[in-house]
Design a protein around this ligand. Structure first.
Ligand SMILES: Cc1ncc(COP(=O)(O)O)c(C=O)c1O
Length: 304
């Protein structure tokens, strides 16, 4: 692959008060965002030149910044929106994944008093990508149930979107060893949580179920619940025991990076007929149609 095609080499970013090409985005190794995973972020996408559910992403990010006590970022919600628009318009990308992140910053001494840090804000818009490949998007992806457990919410609140992800990393290596590429993690009670970058839904006896606890409250998950209502399909956020996931008629993943992603097999066993099911396909069509709806998307002024 040509060097400039690699993830992260194309696009435009913002860091330390300046908009810069992706190739110039740098974070000091002394930033506690790197050293302690003391950071939070949100990920949005742009489709056909419009941000999808920008205000909902900003609500979630603003809440994360407050929960993490990043009080010295020097800007609030309006500033975050301007940074997102600035990265998008400068990138020129009509199809893009955009990340906005805050880190604790660099402390004033090796004692690393968290209160001495100047918090840092950054964002970057890169060409659109999905959590799975194009073929997996079409045919469905293979997942395994990991033995590694999701970090419990009592230790790290998963509703604050963050890069402290060593549970996902261990689980993904479990998947690679089983010739799969994706792993779903359980909590300590045998209930399903989520995977790296996605929530999960099971269709059981005509009802959609997605875990309610120990997970990020995904914007795509919320969109699916709203769309299911339009289809008169009951969608519930409740405890999902792993046995119920294994008996599902359809399974799909939900993520801003990909939308609604069909699951073809779980631990080597076919889900339903082993391809994308009809409910999954219908929801995916409706999901992408929503992107042209003014109530759900915000146009980007590329001339700005
Ligand atoms: C751990 C985790 N769960 C779920 C999701 C899906 O959230 P959303 O639909 O808001 O993209 C993500 C997105 O990156 C994630 O990182």
């Amino acid at each position: 692959m040509a060097q400039d095609q690699r993830y992260g080499n194309q696009g435009f970013g913002y860091i330390d008060g300046e908009f810069v090409p992706m190739s110039e985005m740098r974070l000091p190794v002394t930033d506690l965002g790197f050293q302690l995973s003391d950071m939070c972020y949100d990920a949005l996408h742009i489709h056909k030149g419009r941000y999808f559910r920008m205000n909902d992403h900003l609500d979630r990010f603003e809440n994360a910044v407050a929960e993490r006590r990043y009080e010295t970022l020097g800007m609030g919600r309006n500033g975050f929106a301007e940074v997102l628009m600035g990265c998008a318009s400068r990138s020129g990308l009509r199809e893009s994944m955009v990340t906005i992140a805050a880190t604790r910053g660099v402390p004033d001494s090796g004692h690393k008093d968290l209160r001495s840090c100047q918090n840092r804000l950054m964002a970057w818009a890169v060409p659109y990508y999905s959590v799975v490949s194009d073929a997996e998007m079409r045919d469905g992806c293979d997942i395994v149930v990991a033995e590694t457990l999701r970090i419990p919410p009592e230790a790290v609140d998963p509703r604050i979107k963050n890069y402290g992800r060593l549970d996902f990393v261990a689980a993904m290596f479990e998947a690679y060893e089983k010739e799969a590429r994706y792993a779903v993690l359980l909590d300590g009670e045998g209930n399903v949580t989520e995977g790296r970058g996605w929530n999960i839904f099971a269709l059981r006896e005509g009802r959609l179920i997605s875990p309610d606890e120990g997970v990020l409250e995904g914007i795509t998950r919320r969109t699916v619940v709203e769309l299911a209502d339009r289809l008169n399909i009951q969608a519930q956020l409740v405890t999902l025991p792993v046995e119920d996931l294994r008996r599902a008629e359809e399974i799909f993943l939900t993520s801003t990076a990909g939308g609604i992603v069909p699951v073809r097999s779980i631990d080597g066993e076919d889900v339903g007929e082993g391809g994308p099911g009809p409910v999954t396909q219908r929801l995916a069509e409706m999901y992408w149609d929503l992107h042209e709806d003014d109530a759900y998307s915000t146009p980007i002024d590329y001339a700005a």
